[in-house]
Design a protein around this ligand. Structure first.
Ligand SMILES: [Zn+2]
Length: 163
């Protein structure tokens, strides 16, 4: 298993930003999946929250969710993060997010870290990843597109550290 040269979010955030900006009036959601060799893939799941609610909440399509998890098990891959966008709002987990992700003091999806894409006026401003920290989800990593529109595709200087 090779050591990843770039941070987790540097590897997936450009794709998350693309997906969120393609549906700026709805929260988008889905999973980030790891292969055994460490490769990451972003797999969207439809948000089936009704049109009246989709700006402020997400509901994973239950059938798509189940089919995805079955497929991943067959392929020997596993979900490592659950992402969703905030149409107008910060990159923090909302109180509702935190309430839904924890049951009786433990994560509903252990080992699947939440990722939030913060949007404003249809453009992604920041992506944050959180991780379970004994009792709560706390910030693990933050990523921002380069100001001016172009999305950063890697961490400056990462290549020079590669072996
Ligand atoms: Zn949220």
């Amino acid at each position: 298993m090779g050591e990843p040269r770039r941070s987790f979010l540097a590897r997936v955030a450009p794709e998350l930003v693309r997906l969120a900006e393609a549906e700026p009036e709805r929260e988008v959601c889905g999973f980030i999946v790891a292969a055994e060799d460490g490769g990451l893939e972003v797999l969207p799941v439809p948000n089936v929250a009704g049109d009246a609610h989709a700006r402020t909440r997400f509901e994973l399509d239950p059938a798509a969710h189940l089919a995805l998890f079955r497929r991943l098990r067959l392929e020997g891959r596993r979900p490592v993060a659950l992402y969703h966008s905030h149409v107008e709002g910060g990159a923090d987990l909302s109180p509702v997010d935190r309430e839904r992700m924890v049951l009786d003091g433990v994560p509903v999806l252990p080992g699947v870290d939440p990722v939030v894409i913060a949007m404003r006026s249809g453009k992604a401003e920041e992506v944050r990843m959180f991780t379970w920290n004994t009792r709560i989800y706390s910030l693990r990593e933050a990523w921002t597109p380069i100001p001016g529109g172009e999305v950063e595709s890697g961490v400056p200087g990462a290549k020079s550290k590669a072996t």
